[in-house]
Design a protein around this ligand. Structure first.
Ligand SMILES: [Zn+2]
Length: 152
């Protein structure tokens, strides 16, 4: 399943990427721009814009809440997503799938403290960011659990 998020749904889009979902999002994505992107790439539209329904859109999901936690819950339920299954497999910034990268390859490209304390690293071929499982991932997992999503 692939999504395109309305430009008002930036926080939701980032969280969907955290749980591994393929989401495009950007300032140009509203109204007909959103519809064009959805058609071109076969994506489900996520929007809070009720007027969009009058523009003959392809499949869409009208997001009810303006709180990202409620939005994420709605989406997980409506689309039967499994938040923990593919968490941290996708770049939060540019939506590219991450690849694992050898520890030696990241030396000098990340802070020395991180290099000396972390063992596993992922790399984004899209924007060349390097990711590692540190405290922010732990916080995100706790947030997902707090939302009531089970870890299995
Ligand atoms: Zn990236």
């Amino acid at each position: 399943m692939k999504f395109v998020a309305d430009r008002m749904l930036g926080k939701l889009a980032r969280w969907l990427r955290v749980i591994g979902q393929d989401v495009t999002y950007g300032p140009h994505l509203s109204g007909y721009g959103l519809i064009r992107e959805a058609r071109r790439e076969g994506r489900l539209i996520l929007t809070r814009d009720r007027s969009l329904t009058r523009k003959n859109p392809p499949d869409y999901l009208l997001i009810q809440s303006d709180q990202f936690r409620e939005q994420l819950k709605q989406l997980v339920q409506a689309c039967h997503l499994e938040p923990f299954k593919e968490a941290f497999t996708r770049c939060v910034e540019c939506n590219t799938l991450l690849v694992t990268i050898a520890r030696e390859a990241v030396e000098g490209r990340i802070p020395p403290y991180v290099f000396s304390t972390q063992q596993r690293f992922s790399f984004c071929p899209g924007c060349r960011r390097i990711y590692w499982p540190a405290t922010h991932q732990q916080k995100m997992l706790e947030e997902l659990k707090a939302l009531g999503f089970g870890s299995h």
